[in-house]
Ligand binder design. Structure first.
Ligand code: PMP
Length: 364
């Protein structure tokens, strides 16, 4: 089935497909935003029109994600990667340690940044099995008195994910960049959650940070201004000029998520889409092999290899010729990666599954 506006099925890991309804709204607002006489890109971040947009975006995020009233929500620049550094610079106090759970490439990057700041304990690392699984939270040995425990709920490159919000005796910090808004989250269990915008929320260059009052109390009196959560809280994320465009589009996406039935509705759709692809992999009689172990399988990034790796290039070329792009797996895993975030249409998953079956029948 062809897509509107001649769009193709874009399986990119991020930036990635946005909801067509949101793009249409952006188009309609583009040149003259609701009679303001200018676009959102052209208006002052201190003016009343943008102020209303920023307030609505934050309010809608709080509503859709279920953020407790006493938690802070920040919309910061520097992407999720800057949080890898801001977090330990603020909370990894001298004399303490932080626990890191490594289930893939992004957790490793977060760990590397923390190592530059202070003492870190890697309490789990799935390196030996090339990051094909996540641990059970109950099996983790948390360091007594740790400043925090950091984990990555969905590893974008490997396609492995956690699906629960743990109760552990340590302040919890989670990088939810690639699965935020794909399932209901018990936000109150965490002291900090952060996510880059460019998968399930909007354009790149923005990170949403959610912080508990306990963590706010622990913030150091002063840090470099652009790395200072306290300053960002005091200035409502507008200490300097924020990423106005991303804030505006994210706001539209939050409203779209609500129309999908909120996070419960989103989660149903995501599971259904992922199942279409996992069924095609598992039903291929070994022609395709999923990278992730069954209990750890992501519903955002589906990763697999072909038993005969020499066919991978042909598989990707054929997919592209059939209107399915950005399917090449990351070199650390190889094979194929289909990123099917919230806005990715189920028809694209069905088209890919059909192509997979035809390709296997021809080459198996
Ligand atoms: N964490 C995860 C899980 C990611 O997938 C990514 C980006 N792919 C990042 C962090 C880094 O995000 P950014 O590029 O916004 O810094």
């Amino acid at each position: 089935m062809s897509q509107p506006y001649g769009r193709i099925y874009n399986f990119s890991a991020g930036p990635c497909a946005l909801p067509v309804e949101v793009l249409e709204q952006v188009r309609d607002d583009l040149v003259n935003y609701k009679g303001a006489g200018m676009s959102v890109m052209e208006m002052s971040h201190r003016g009343k029109d943008f102020d209303a947009i920023a307030q609505q975006t934050e309010a809608d995020f709080r509503k859709v994600f279920g953020v407790p009233d006493d938690y802070q929500v920040l919309l910061l620049q520097g992407g999720a990667s800057l949080q890898f550094s801001m977090l330990p610079m603020s909370f990894l106090e001298e004399g303490s340690t932080a626990d890191y759970v490594i289930t893939g490439a992004w957790g490793k990057k977060a760990l590397e940044a923390a190592c530059m700041v202070g003492a870190v304990n890697k309490i789990f690392d799935a390196k030996e099995t090339n990051y094909d699984r996540v641990p059970k939270f109950a099996d983790l040995k948390v360091t007594p008195g740790a400043a925090y425990l950091h984990f990555t709920s969905n590893e974008t490159i490997q396609g492995v994910a956690f699906f629960e919000d743990p109760s552990l005796d340590v302040p919890l910090v989670c990088d939810m960049s690639s699965d935020i808004l794909s399932r209901p989250v018990d936000v109150g269990k965490y002291d900090m959650i952060y996510a880059g915008a460019q998968k399930n929320m909007g354009p790149a260059g923005l990170a949403v940070v959610v912080m508990s009052p306990r963590f706010v109390d622990r913030l150091p009196a002063q840090t470099h201004p652009m790395l200072d959560y306290r300053l960002m809280i005091e200035n409502k994320s507008m200490y300097n000029t924020p990423n106005c465009w991303s804030i505006y589009v994210c706001g539209l996406v939050y409203q779209w998520v609500m129309k999908q039935g909120g996070l419960a509705g989103m989660n149903r759709q995501c599971k259904e889409k992922a199942q279409v692809l996992y069924d095609a992999i598992d039903g291929s009689g070994g022609f395709y092999k999923a990278h992730a172990q069954p209990e750890s399988r992501s519903i955002m990034n589906i990763t697999w290899t072909l038993a005969n790796d020499e066919l991978t290039d042909e598989f990707l070329k054929g997919a592209k010729a059939n209107g399915m792009a950005e399917l090449k797996g990351h070199r650390s895993v190889g094979g194929v990666r289909a990123s099917i975030y919230n806005a990715f249409p189920i028809e694209g998953c069905r088209a890919l599954a059909e192509y997979m079956r035809a390709f296997a029948a021809k080459n198996g």
